[in-house]
Design a protein around this ligand. Structure first.
Ligand code: PLP
Length: 447
């Protein structure tokens, strides 16, 4: 048995897979918040390049990956598929556990898959500068790396709590030549308004998105890039699942369960979507999306039209949401602190294809430490949620020889301060903050 399955460069997929035409009962379109009518590409063109908007609305199942994008992805792709034999042994399970290691990208996570594609389409349309938000710092690093490859300037609004927790993410982004500020920042109207009202706020992805959008909307040379949630991001991440299908075949295995952590939904959807056609043809696959109990949009949120950001500047997306002004507790998986969820993942939860579960921060760090001690790689706190999900599945019945495939979305080498806090007993579980969520749910737009 091979411990890991490595594909050759020329076996890397040359097309992305778009799941949207295959989702039973389809997706509802984004709405213009003013007219409440479906929003066309004209208005969105102010902040996104047409190449990405075409992908956002596309009903083509397969879309070519431009050669320039393929060349950059080949710096680290195809990524390895690894059988977690040591973890299996430690758990005493008969289950086979496979993971797709997206931590091998230059910045340490899957986020680079979409960043390279987004930088490419912006460059193609003459964009000089990009703005973005970052939660864990992974997306900001990824876009900083990708813009440096295409000679585009980049400004990153980094959620305050992560900005303070992860100084080396800033150093990484600086290395690639990007500018970084803590969000909320004094650089935008939204930032100044929130700072005046809540000077000690930990920030949130919803706030950082508002700031990055405001910046892009007020400058002619600038567009905005989003690291998750939207259909085109999920499309770019499909390369994970497409590679994993080839690799599982080489391993002579087929997944009974596919697992990923869910922030905005892009890494999980990227792994899961390419397996959906098999599922629709009758293959029995269980898809499990793992989210934090402190920000449980899929398990405790509502499927509704809502804004993607706090300042209510985005189109209305039909998604599971906790309310756009919900500010989640400052847990150490910053990339999972988002009030909403990708419309694609939301639709598949609605159709009972994906089963969401919520887990607590401490059990996730425990899972991450066990993974580090057995498989050697220290996972990002977000990824620890997927590992926890895999352990739950593998230990339900230790004698069940099921095959589990999970997405290892990123390594945690720049998250060691969080691990130190965990060892020092300074991390706590946050339960579903019912009152806060009820308050923000009351502010959902009325459609
Ligand atoms: C390592 C890692 N995994 C997962 C996520 C969650 O994002 P998504 O759900 O879009 O994959 C993030 C987001 O920052 C991340 O950095």
């Amino acid at each position: 048995m091979n411990k890991k399955i490595i594909l050759r460069d020329d076996e890397m997929p040359k097309q992305w897979y778009n799941v949207t035409p295959d989702i039973p009962n389809g997706l509802l379109p984004p709405l213009d918040p003013e007219t409440k009518q479906p929003m066309g590409p004209e208005k969105l063109g102010a902040v996104f390049p047409m190449g990405l908007l075409e992908q956002e609305m596309s009903s083509e199942r397969f879309i070519d990956i431009p050669e320039e994008v393929q060349e950059i992805l080949k710096i680290w792709r195809p990524s390895p598929l690894v059988r977690a034999t040591n973890l299996e042994k430690a758990l005493g399970t008969k289950a086979k556990i496979f993971f797709k290691n997206e931590g091998v990208s230059p910045v340490g996570s899957h986020k680079a898959n979409s960043a390279v594609a987004q930088a490419y389409y912006n460059k193609r349309e003459g964009v000089k500068r990009l703005t973005t938000e970052t939660g864990a710092g992974q997306w900001g690093s990824a876009l900083s790396f990708a813009t440096s490859k295409f000679g585009i300037e980049c400004k990153v609004y980094m959620v305050r709590v992560s900005f303070d927790q992860k100084p080396y993410r800033k150093s990484m982004m600086n290395t690639y030549g990007a500018e970084i500020v803590a969000s909320p920042s004094p650089d935008t109207n939204t930032g100044r308004r929130i700072l005046a009202q809540y000077p000690d706020t930990p920030g949130s992805l919803g706030i950082a998105i508002s700031e990055a959008l405001e910046d892009a909307a007020t400058r002619d040379d600038t567009k905005y890039a989003l690291g998750s949630v939207l259909n085109h991001v999920v499309l770019h991440q499909s390369i994970i699942g497409l590679e994993s299908k080839k690799q599982m075949e080489i391993a002579g295995a087929y997944p009974d369960v596919i697992i990923g952590c869910c922030g905005g939904g892009s890494n999980f959807a990227g792994m899961a979507c390419p397996w959906i056609p098999d599922y629709l043809e009758g293959k029995k696959i269980k898809f499990v999306g793992v989210e934090p109990a402190s920000c449980p949009s899929l398990t405790m949120g509502k499927l509704a039209y809502d804004f993607g950001d706090v300042a209510q500047t985005t189109p209305l997306l039909y998604m599971y949401t906790l309310g756009h002004d919900f500010i989640p507790p400052g847990i150490h998986a910053g990339g999972l602190r988002y009030h909403g969820m990708s419309p694609i993942v939301s639709a598949m939860v609605r159709e009972n294809i994906i089963e969401p579960i919520k887990v607590h921060q401490l059990e996730c760090f425990e899972a991450g430490v066990l993974f580090a001690k057995t498989e050697g790689i220290i996972p990002a706190p977000e990824t620890c949620h997927a590992i926890r999900g895999a352990i739950i599945e593998a230990t339900k019945d230790l004698n069940d020889p099921k095959t589990i495939l999970f997405n290892f979305s990123g390594h945690g080498l720049i998250d060691m301060a969080s691990y130190d806090k965990f060892y020092a007993g300074e991390l706590h579980n946050y339960d579903y903050p019912e009152e806060e969520i009820a308050k923000s749910m009351a502010n959902l737009p009325k459609i």
